[in-house]
Write a protein that binds this ligand. Structure first.
Ligand code: GLU
Length: 325
């Protein structure tokens, strides 16, 4: 009797551990609901879950504060995978001994970051109400602005730019710390004079601002931006295509980065392999999920230079299908 009881207990434990071993949840950090990271993560999880590439593998989405939050959470293992701007991945990867550790998470080891796929272009986007007297970036001085929440990528971008322009918070009528998703309504309600967001297009946030209060996009040019680009290889000139948003017919020159799917060395090779395989194999379906993905091209998605090196598992897949030699 005793012996059979033990055998049952052992069998049950064995079964439980097999089940546990098979269940694997990948958490994917995105951004706010009105950005493009959120639907991107949704599309990736949907494909991974549909394909069942590994038994028990499930992908679960999390809304976050965007790049900087995702980088710090992938590094502290509270997320497995994230989407982030190439510039912040680059900065975190290359500047482990940096003075802004707080921004990326205490004790974070940026050198452990790994690229999975380069996704789509993101643009530094500045939007003002239709009748605003802001016509170029310099005109925002003295106005009411939002610099994003603490720890957000918007805060990091704004602090870079304010530094370049040698502007202090006192140079503005008001400096709010709104969440990226709150900006469009704040702009249309007249709480801020300008909305700034580095995002792919079309995005829900820019659509809200242009639909709800006829806002217009303004360009980013001038010596400071030129200097910013000269100093940072990961920024590049870009044009927000015209006719995406109501009332904004012309394309708008600005600078941009690449939205990048990334992880850390902690993610096992087989999972990284399965994840990129799922996206590349289902690229046609993925392209149909959001207009920002319409021009995704596998060769560009695995083309360096990468903000952080490719994950070994991803590299194995790209070599296998001949995208990388
Ligand atoms: N680029 C933004 C960030 O890193 C997020 C944009 C989005 O959610 O699409 O915070």
């Amino acid at each position: 009797m005793k012996k059979t009881l033990w055998i049952s207990v052992l069998l049950a434990m064995g079964y439980a551990s097999v089940c546990l071993a098979q269940k694997q949840v990948i958490t994917l950090g995105t951004g706010g609901e009105t950005g493009v990271y959120y639907p991107t993560g949704g599309g990736i999880c949907r494909i991974v879950n549909k394909l069942k590439l590994k038994p028990g593998l499930r992908c679960v989405l999390q809304a976050t504060d965007g790049s900087v939050a995702n980088i710090s959470r992938v590094l502290d293992d509270s997320l497995d995978v994230g989407i982030a701007q190439s510039n912040w991945i680059y900065k975190s990867y290359h500047e482990t001994a940096r003075d802004d550790v707080e921004m990326m998470g205490q004790g974070a080891q940026g050198s452990e970051l790994r690229t999975l796929l380069v996704l789509y272009p993101e643009y530094f986007t500045v939007i003002v109400p239709k009748d605003s007297d802001i016509h170029q970036f310099d005109d925002i001085k003295g106005k009411r602005i939002s610099i994003g929440t603490r720890g957000s990528s918007l805060r990091a971008t704004m602090s870079d730019l304010l530094q370049k322009k040698k502007w202090q918070y006192q140079d503005f009528a008001q400096v709010l710390s709104l969440d990226a998703t709150e900006q469009a309504s704040a702009l249309c309600e007249g709480l801020i004079d300008v909305m700034i967001y580095t995002v792919g297009h079309p995005s829900g946030a820019a659509r809200e601002a242009t639909d709800d209060c006829d806002s217009r996009l303004i360009s980013m040019q001038g010596p400071e931006v030129e200097q910013l680009l000269a100093e940072n290889t990961y920024y590049r000139w870009a044009k927000i295509p015209g006719a995406i948003y109501r009332g904004n017919i012309k394309s708008v020159p600005t600078f941009g980065v690449s939205a990048t799917l990334f992880t850390s060395t902690t993610l096992d090779d087989n999972t990284a392999y399965s994840l990129v395989k799922a996206v590349i194999e289902q690229l046609d379906e993925f392209r149909g999920l959001h207009p920002a993905f319409a021009r995704l091209d596998p060769e560009q998605m695995v083309k360096g230079p990468f903000a952080a090196p490719l994950h070994k598992g991803a590299l194995r897949y790209f070599k296998e299908i001949g995208l990388i030699e």
